[in-house]
Design a protein around this ligand. Sequence first.
Ligand SMILES: [Zn+2]
Length: 345
Amino acid sequence: MRKYFRRTMGLVLCMAVLLSTLYLADMPEVSAAEPIVIVIDPGHGGDNLGTDYLPIPEKDYTLLVAQYMKEQLETYQNVKVYLTHTEDVKMSLAERAEFAHQVDADFLFSLHFNMSLPHTLYGSEIWIPSTGTLYSRGYSAGYEFLAQFAEMGLFNRGIKTRIGSKGDYYGIIRECTSRDIPAIIVEHCHVDHINDIGYMQSAELLKEFGVRDAEAVARYFGLTSKDGTVSYSDYAPLAIPVPAGRVYNDTTPPDYVNAKLISYDKTGKYATVQLSAADSDSLLQYYAYSTDGGLTWSAFQPWDRTRETMTITVNLGYGNKSDLIFKVSNIYDRETNSNPLSLNG
Ligand SMILES: [Zn+2]
């Protein structure tokens, strides 16, 4: 009996020692190795096509790029990646956010491609939550995406909030905010503009979008690749202070746009103009000009965001000219016209 007791006690002790060793050895590692959970949301699906300006609808592009993004992200350590849907199915915005909640997501990235009604806009943009840490985290992560797209040659249309009657205007951001999950909308480029359409028509560039999306996430979260060749562990993403209240979108156009004629050769076809503009609420984005008094406009040209004044030479072409007018828009696509410049005096 005593022998049996001693043997049993010995076994219990042995197991206790073993367990405590395992416990001590495993605990810190378990918490340190807790993976970052990323949810990629391919925008649209099923009978919700997204923009269907091109023969292939937006929903097909977002699913393709999401798969490339997942594949690239999974080359990194310590990250668990989900897609809200891997098949072409209809899914509500609440269902997408709830999926992210169920897997305990650290971030949701909703992938999209853009179109503007007048087909005049081009470039990439990011929509972010308007409040608290979700705003600052959204801004920091969004900044990484736009930096990646700029390296691909795309125009940067900025990081923006949009407020509607229910709070954040975009449903995926609102649904994620209500579940306290950071979420941003990534609008890669405009499918309906000559400057951007080449990206949609190249299998390689579409894949690059997915790879760049993953690189942005890897930088933001400071990930290290599984093979150890790439590490962003020392990389510091842009630090954005947490705003006290809601960050509203700019609903007003640039404060002023002033055009001054520098030189004009009446027999030639060029006019050089000094164009000044300012917007106290947001960044300036594009300018355009009209040689028929504002009836038709040139394509939008990038505004140099480092300056308030640009010197611009306009090719007027031949024929009768009415007034030369400029317009400048901000990152919210609000426009202000310049004073008209008479070319017939
Ligand atoms: Zn979309």
